[in-house]
Design a protein around this ligand. Structure first.
Ligand code: ATP
Length: 869
């Protein structure tokens, strides 16, 4: 079938050519088609083969120079040296490949997890499957908030509007219809009977059959063109890459000095050249950006285990910087398990629906979208509670709908805050309306006079609403309107006016049990929680008070008051407000923008289609996994799989930990490099021989340093992680004592090595090179143990509390002992077995680094010397 012609076929012809029907495909047929057409996924442009990853490890200029130098020295005669250098480089490349491959796998796994589900007809039943498993011929049910999962031909439609801006650039949502198109050429934007993958359903619903999947879809064709688009770097990576460039320049100058000093001392030129290049390879932290990706990807995998799905990797890095969490109420702070606690009708409160309130019972049963299947209701929590109350009192939706089927409806939207359904009745038609009390009451008329109700009645009703809300109940008002015949147009003006009031319902929605503690943690971590809700002010305030989010009237703003403020006025006021009630989704965008103007770093939750702009604008947009729409999820940086506020707080904590561990890794490797540079730089200046051979430098940096470095990602959170203020995103990673640490530890290690060197030489020990080599390796190991915590002593956090670190350090010790004591390795590494007392002295001398770092941490704890808290 010619691909572009689907729009010219009638729905029946499409079904026929795809051998499908309204009832969808069978599971068997679908699996044979998936074998034929492949998965409905766009090509993963960032997947690299393991070989490509391996060879990419050798594209670094310094490594290339080193390889060339090794080859030259091999040709000249130092064959073993040259082979060993190559083996070390290969080992290092293997380690790098393994890590990057793991990161890539973790990222791609996350991507697959993020793929939304689609509601389709399979084996004659409506079910939800991963969009990736759709095949041509599948029949998909789409509704407001869905992202279109493939290219589909629409076969039945109810007020469908689709935002195709991502594909056509047209920002106004387009209407869809089911008829075949006859024009000879039709542009993409005019194919009104097709919907396209990755566009958004903003209104209505439809049934549509899949015609193209994966790379054959319109967006797939574009994705194919863009295959090689650049990977995105996180802000920290960009800053570090810039920093690396400056550092490289400085290191190259130092290497040049070492080279010249060595040659002047009479060392062979080739040896000194290799030494200088090895030092450059060792000291330039070119692997840092890759290490960051790895930490973030692995961090994202851990976050997933804690029910937070990261869609945008830099979010992991910046989560810890959040200063404001703007959260929904229903379902996030509360359980979204509603039940009716009280009912107000005919001037009286009831716990159960009185049998006499027939109209109210019918309204509760009929004015909702609950589906009743196998003795169980399925639907949105508020509606379910009303439906169940009606059912318990004998108003069975299913039975009622036999005589009063739904003829028309105006669906709920969170701006209007009303919902209406129309049904045939004894007097013609009846419209049942439910919604936010003030919205319903302002549309009511007096039942007897059909005129506006007396202000007194309205006032007393609103007072009842306030009383119920003050108890934390969500209040809905119910009303009706009779029509002798069905109105011509079903609009809010023609139907949701001149209503007759039927009653109020107060619903209870308990708090999630973990939330009070999460709010406390949030506050002690310097993060301000703000509630933004569509609910009534009284209800919201009652809950905010229970949680200590807001107490005073001055901390509250309603949607109405918000609408009166200019953006500048909002900017001036926004940091005082803790609770926004009756807010429409559009207003969320203004709140985020105002907070950002105040230099705040904002996390914001959202679930509806209209929340997408605010989610995109927020520094961390958080969509709900359960309650949220595909569109909200598509616009977010992170999806809360359990919709739970405490998951946000836990993610912030995890983000801080990941960032801390990246910092520790940087601190560790750069101090190690600094130690080697000082040793190699100072020795010739002090008239001592070059203390290390190129093989030693490479061995330390590319093998022994690497293992403990990797283990930092397993380090547990610092004790004070949620008691310190958020770190500003722009803050220099070397702040809070890091650069000072790198400098002094480097000098100390350099000093220790040179002391051992000088002592060995003066004592006439032939193994001086091995001693320095050993001191350097052990000093790094002691250092890695010391910097596991930024503040606490290793003895209080426990030597064994990071198992991977224990293994890494043990393996490194064994490797080093092997290099010193195994005779065949002695030849290769130019080492000599150290007498046991010398080995012990080396270990003791190296341990000075650990004690010194412990003293630094003591000063941090006692005097906060680096302004950490
Ligand atoms: P939050 O923003 O805290 O999650 P919410 O999502 O419950 O609150 P909305 O769904 O926008 O906020 O609801 C706002 C108001 O609309 C509710 O307080 C209620 O009065 C009314 N409402 C909610 N659901 C329905 C519904 N299905 N039909 C009619 N009215 C509703």
């Amino acid at each position: 079938m010619e691909q572009a012609q689907w729009h010219k076929l009638s729905a029946e012809e499409v079904f026929e050519s795809l051998s499908s029907s309204q009832a969808g495909l069978t599971t068997e047929e679908a699996s044979s088609r998936i074998a034929q057409f492949g998965k409905n996924a766009l090509p993963d442009s960032q997947q690299k083969s393991i070989w490509l990853l391996f060879f990419q490890q050798f594209t670094d200029l310094m490594i290339v120079i080193l390889l060339c130098a090794a080859i030259i020295s091999g040709v000249i005669g130092e064959l073993i040296d040259s082979i060993v250098i190559m083996i070390i480089l290969a080992l290092n490349a293997m380690m790098g490949t393994f890590q990057e491959y793991r990161a890539q796998q973790a990222l791609s796994a996350l991507k697959h997890l993020a793929a939304p589900n689609a509601n389709i007809w399979r084996d004659g039943k409506l079910c939800s499957v991963s969009s990736e498993l759709l095949v041509p011929g599948d029949v998909v049910h789409l509704e407001q908030g869905n992202i279109v999962p493939a290219d589909l031909r629409v076969v039945s439609v109810e007020g469908l509007k689709v935002d195709e801006s991502s594909l056509t650039g047209e920002s106004i949502p387009v209407d869809k219809q089911i008829d075949a198109l006859t024009a000879a050429t039709v542009s993409l934007g005019d194919k009104s009977n097709l919907v396209f993958k990755n566009t958004n359903v903003v209104k209505g619903k439809c049934l549509a059959v899949v015609v193209e999947t994966g790379i054959n879809t319109e967006v797939g064709k574009i994705a194919n063109l863009l295959q090689n688009k650049q990977e995105t770097k996180t802000p920290l990576q960009i800053r570090l890459m810039r920093f690396s460039r400056y550092l490289a320049a400085a290191v190259l100058i130092i290497c040049l000095i070492v080279l010249v000093a060595g040659v002047l001392q009479g060392q062979p030129l080739l040896l000194m050249f290799l030494t200088a290049v090895s030092l450059a390879v060792a000291a330039i932290p070119e692997a840092l950006p890759a290490v960051i990706t790895i930490s973030l990807a692995l961090g994202a995998r851990n976050l997933f285990k804690q029910h937070a799905l990261v869609r945008n990797l830099p979010a992991v890095e910046t989560l810890g910087s959040v200063t404001y969490i703007c959260t929904d109420k229903t379902g996030t702070l509360t359980q979204n398990k509603m039940s009716v606690s009280t009912l107000y009708t005919e001037n009286t409160f009831f716990e159960q629906l009185p049998q006499t309130s027939v109209e109210l019972g019918q309204a509760l049963a009929l004015c909702n979208n609950v589906i009743y299947q196998q003795q169980k209701g399925f639907g949105e929590a508020t509606e379910l509670a009303l439906f169940e109350l009606a059912l318990k009192s004998g108003f069975d939706k299913k039975l009622l709908e036999e005589t009063m089927p739904r003829t028309a409806a105006i669906e709920f939207d969170s701006k209007r805050k009303l919902m209406t359904t129309l049904h045939p009745s004894s007097s013609g038609y009846v419209a049942y309306v439910k919604g936010a009390p003030e919205r319903v009451i302002e549309r009511c008329v007096d039942a007897h006079t059909n005129e506006l109700p007396s202000p007194f009645c309205v006032q007393s009703l609103l007072e009842q609403v306030d009383n119920l809300s003050a108890q934390g109940l969500r209040v809905l008002a119910i009303a009706k309107r009779d029509f002798s015949q069905l109105p011509d147009s079903i609009t809010t003006e023609s139907v949701e006016t001149d209503l007759q009031f039927l009653g109020l319902v107060g619903l209870i929605d308990p708090l999630r049990p973990e939330v009070p503690q999460a709010v406390k943690d949030c506050v002690s971590a310097g993060i301000i929680p703000v509630m933004i809700t569509g609910d009534h002010q009284g209800t919201a305030l009652a809950i905010a008070r229970q949680l200590n989010i807001a107490q005073q009237q001055s901390e509250i703003l309603s949607g109405e008051q918000l609408a009166q403020l200019s953006q500048q006025q909002l900017i001036d006021k926004v940091t005082e407000i803790r609770l926004y009630s009756r807010v429409s989704p559009e207003q969320k965008l203004n709140i985020v923008a105002a907070l950002q103007q105040n230099h705040q770093f904002v996390a914001m939750t959202g679930d509806g289609v209209n929340d997408a702009p605010a989610l995109q604008r927020a520094d961390i947009g958080i969509a709900m996994g359960k309650k949220g729409t595909d569109v909200a999820r598509g616009a977010s940086d992170m999806v809360l799989l359990d919709d739970d506020f405490s998951t946000i707080v836990r993610s912030v904590q995890a983000g801080r930990r990941i960032f801390d561990n990246i910092r520790k890794f940087i601190k560790y490797t750069m101090s190690s490099n600094s130690g080697e540079i000082w040793t190699l730089f100072l020795a010739p200046l002090l008239g001592l021989p070059i203390p290390l051979l190129p093989i030693h430098i490479l061995w330390i940096n590319l093998v022994t340093d690497g293992l403990p470095g990797l283990a930092f990602s397993a380090e547990k959170a610092e004790r004070n992680i949620m008691q310190r203020p958020p770190r500003p995103v722009q803050e220099n990673i070397f702040a809070h004592g890091m650069w000072q640490h790198i400098l002094w530890v480097g000098l100390l290690v350099g000093g220790l090595c040179i002391t051992v060197l000088a002592w060995d030489i003066s004592a006439g020990n032939s193994y001086w090179q091995t001693s320095v080599f050993t001191v350097l390796v052990f000093a790094q190991l002691f250092h890695s143990i010391g910097v596991r915590s930024e503040i606490d002593s290793i003895f209080s956090i426990g030597l064994m509390s990071n198992k991977p670190m224990v293994y890494a350090v043990s393996i490194t010790v064994l490797l080093q002992l092997a290099v010193i004591y195994i005779p065949s390795l002695n030849d290769i590494f130019h080492t000599q077995p150290l007498p046991i007392e010398t080995l012990l002295i080396c270990v003791l001398v190296s341990s000075v680094v650990l004690w010194a770092v412990e003293i630094e941490k003591y000063l941090i704890r006692k005097f906060d010397i680096y302004n950490n808290s």
